[in-house]
Design a protein around this ligand. Structure first.
Ligand code: NAD
Ligand code: UDX
Length: 468
């Protein structure tokens, strides 16, 4: 039997940071070192001021405070951390390829391969190598190939242990996971490695929730779970348009269908479109895998989830323009929210970016208020699309210091993220300082539209039929 006493995690991002912090917190006898090529990120994780950690997650700062420099370390010395570890988690980014074959669809595995080569170069003792990143099915094969052909005789056992945490609830998801999935080889070495990792998680996760499978099932389950979740959002969003046209209310429909225990009530919130770093990337990856195996119908089926999501973001943007008398040119639109969901500072693939891009092309001026997102990030997100020169983005979009300033003299407010605080603003004060008619487009269905219309707002809620 193997006992894991020293863990190295490569990649100090949204997954590596919280995941390893929780392992260190729950397993005081294990030394955990998180390493990254990005020195600034490591410096931020080591910042004495816990409000400046690179990842904002409720409850995370407290765990970092309890574990950092006790048995949790953040470092740029990747080689030393690899050399010391019995288990190495690879938690680096696996973005969609932006070049060459599979461009725009396949996962870019160059960071993963770099990790494997570095491990092979440095390792002097046997290692368990854990795939924590989300990877195409059969990546373990490639990893093993690299490790075994460039290594110096050490034995590497590869496990797949995908992460199912959602941002905004990462700490809770890690402490009380629905399941922990560990895939490994059938061999004795494989079984021993699986058991060693089960022993780590079973310090706080009930054994019944720790699922062990073969390595390919584990890899494919991660892509499948994200595809299913995204499909639910696209399904309810497709119904939202039907609701708007027929007088049905999407929240009532969601409740009615969700009470069927076979369907379940979660993940049925209509929205302006799903965002986040995972859903689109992982479905594109699934589509690519299906296509490369010649499974075109399978590929088309899953691709539709993304096609519909793009449509939903465009539809929301067009609704704003149409309602504002078919032009937003020169008009100020206030955005409440830029993050892809509440309780996170992450903006990757946020619907807000695409809606802003659409409205900017129609010459609107946008002021954003988000409790956790900086102006620099907003400009970065817009420039990444390459729709217009950076100066035009700076001219078109600015950050309001507070929600009241952001909404001042706006023709319309668009709610893009479901932050709780938006509901409790002094909406009378906001109304008094807006252009009239004062329009509100609630892309998340969170506002009290009855109260707002009594103030005088003209409200449009996604998935509800009429202007209230
Ligand atoms: P991230 O971009 O936040 O972090 C990845 C980090 O890896 C970066 O800091 C980068 O500098 C570092 N890195 C890249 N190559 C490196 C190398 N060779 N050596 C050292 N460091 C290196 O990404 P993330 O959101 O944490 O996602 C990581 C993986 O986890 C992805 O495969 C993703 O699909 C998966 N995942 C993400 C989530 C999520 O909610 N974000 C949830 C589940 C799974
Ligand atoms: C997702 C998966 O949930 C998680 O298991 C996986 O590990 C990583 O990808 P994440 O992207 O962090 O997590 O957040 P999630 O809560 O899934 O939300 C994704 C997007 O869908 C957000 O933009 C969210 O606002 C949207 N969404 C979610 C809806 O529009 N409606 C819903 O009912 C649920």
């Amino acid at each position: 039997p193997i006992k894991i006493k020293n863990i190295c995690c490569i990649g100090a991002g949204y997954v590596g940071g919280p995941t390893m912090a929780v392992i260190a917190n729950q397993c005081p006898d294990i030394k955990v070192t998180i390493v990254d090529l990005n020195a600034q990120r490591i410096a931020d994780w080591n910042d004495a001021d816990l409000t400046r950690l690179p990842v904002f997650e409720p409850g995370l700062a407290e765990i970092i405070a309890a574990t950092r420099n006790r048995n949790l370390f953040f470092s740029t010395d990747i080689e030393q951390a690899i050399a010391e570890a019995d288990a190495i988690f690879i938690s680096v980014n696996t973005p969609t390829k932006t070049y060459g074959s599979g461009k725009g669809m396949a996962a870019d595995l160059k960071f993963i391969e770099l990790c494997a080569r570095q491990i092979a170069k440095v390792a002097k003792t046997d290692k368990i190598v854990v795939e924590k990143s989300t990877l195409p099915v059969r990546t373990a094969e490639a990893l093993k190939d690299i490790l075994e052909h460039t290594g110096n005789g050490c034995k590497f056992t590869i496990l797949s242990n995908p992460e199912f945490l959602a941002e905004g609830t990462a700490v809770q998801d890690l402490l009380f996971p629905d399941r922990v999935l560990i895939g490994g080889e059938e061999s004795l070495a494989g079984k021993n490695a699986i058991q060693a990792l089960v022993d780590v998680y079973s310090k706080w996760v009930p054994e019944a929730k720790i699922l062990t499978t073969n390595i390919w099932s584990s890899e494919l389950s991660k892509l499948s779970a994200n595809a299913f979740l995204a499909q639910r959002v696209s399904s309810i969003n497709a119904l939202s348009e039907l609701c708007e046209e027929t007088g049905a209310d999407v929240q009532e429909v969601a409740k009615a269908i969700g009470m069927d225990s076979r369907i379940g009530s979660k993940f049925l919130k209509a929205s302006v479109g799903f965002g986040g770093s995972c859903f689109k990337k992982d479905i594109l990856n699934l589509v690519y895998i299906a296509k490369s195996l010649g499974l075109n119908e399978v590929a088309d089926y899953w691709e539709q989830v993304i096609i519909f999501n793009n449509y939903q973001m465009k539809r929301f943007s067009e609704k704003i323009i149409k309602t504002l008398y078919n032009t937003v040119s020169g008009k100020k639109i206030a955005f409440l929210g830029w993050a892809f969901k509440k309780d996170t500072n992450d903006t990757r693939e946020s619907a807000a970016i695409y809606v802003a891009d659409y409205l900017l092309s129609e010459q609107a001026t946008i002021t954003v208020y988000d409790p956790k997102v900086s102006e620099k990030q907003i400009q970065y997100d817009l420039n990444y699309l390459e729709s217009r020169p950076a100066v035009a983005n700076i001219r078109g979009v600015s950050l309001g210091l507070d929600p009241y300033e952001a909404c001042k003299e706006a023709h319309a407010i668009a709610v893009l993220t479901e932050w709780d605080e938006f509901v409790d603003y002094d909406w009378q004060r906001i109304y008094d300082n807006m252009m009239k008619p004062a329009f509100v487009f609630d892309g998340r269905g969170i506002l009290d539209v009855k109260a707002l219309s009594e103030i005088g707002f003209v409200c449009s809620v996604l998935g509800k039929s009429t202007m209230v």
